[in-house]
Write a protein that binds this ligand. Sequence first.
Ligand code: PLP
Length: 343
Amino acid sequence: MSVFAGFGSDNHAGVHPAVLKALETVNPGYAVAYGDDETTAQAVKLFKKIFGSGCNVYFLYNGTGANILGLCSIMSSFNSVICTDVAHLTVHECCGPESFIGCKLVPVPAPDGKLTVDLVDSCLVGIGDPHMAQPKVVSLTEATERGTVYRPEEITRLARFAHEHGILVHMDGARLCNAAASLHVGLGELAGKAGVDVLSFGGTKNGMMFGEAVVFFNKELSTCFPYIRKQGMQLSSKMRYISAQFIAMLEGDVWLQNASHANAMAHVLAKGLRKIPGVKMTQPVEANMVFALLPERIIPELQQEFFFHRFDERRPEVRLVCSFQTTADEVEAFVSAVRKVVR
Ligand SMILES: Cc1ncc(COP(=O)(O)O)c(C=O)c1O
């Protein structure tokens, strides 16, 4: 029996048909390389419509590149980034920020994956002291690595506090679409309008084949980015294939349909699991992820049938992620399997 990979992550899913169609449509003939093509111009126009005409947008291959290069353009090696201890930036980017930017990351314990003004405030030490890294950026992840979401007013509060202290706000928006769908707000409301300065906007986890964007809400911050993107090996020569995918996602409501479906499936999954004795939810379900404690003994047995990650190696807490592709039958199959092995 092959292992079902659907709950491992949202990038275990395939590519949405609308995106595949867009790739086929953009394929015939020739187009100028490195982003000087009509499709890219159209995609940039669309981003400006969604995020505001004052932003600058650049397309990249992946989310790690978007995070690190976006930060690189607003920091020096003597600066620090305040983030949570579960931020992708600090846990899953293989010291990329430290190595590429040379900066320091300050991970703050945040059980629900969210920073607060008080947590950020506690990190503002050593300002002006040449012996200490100088805080320069607060990085928020929306939706968070714990499947929770920041409401627009929470982002605004954090951004206001950060700006009052000369700190910029970066957002890892690998799952921004899931957060916006969950909160019934526009994408811009959670980013530039809430005070975010630089956004990594994710496409891959919501149905694209590949492609992420870095959006600067303060154009002055993006002055060096074209050079940084090239140096960082994220300048795609056949850019039109990233741009066309974004158009397919954002022109209509494919992004919203995909994210809403993934979120809905996570709720169905959580509802099913909650009814099983011995299973305990560890986070509220606010986007497309479910976190649960399972009896230790059943995890290896379940993993023979389903691929999923243990969130924390030290305790039997698992992370289950739903995608635009997850079906109710797949959710039911997982819940039934848990029910069966738990007995
Ligand atoms: C919150 C978050 N940010 C960024 C990324 C990076 O994406 P990529 O794998 O495209 O580098 C991921 C991927 O898992 C993620 O979960």
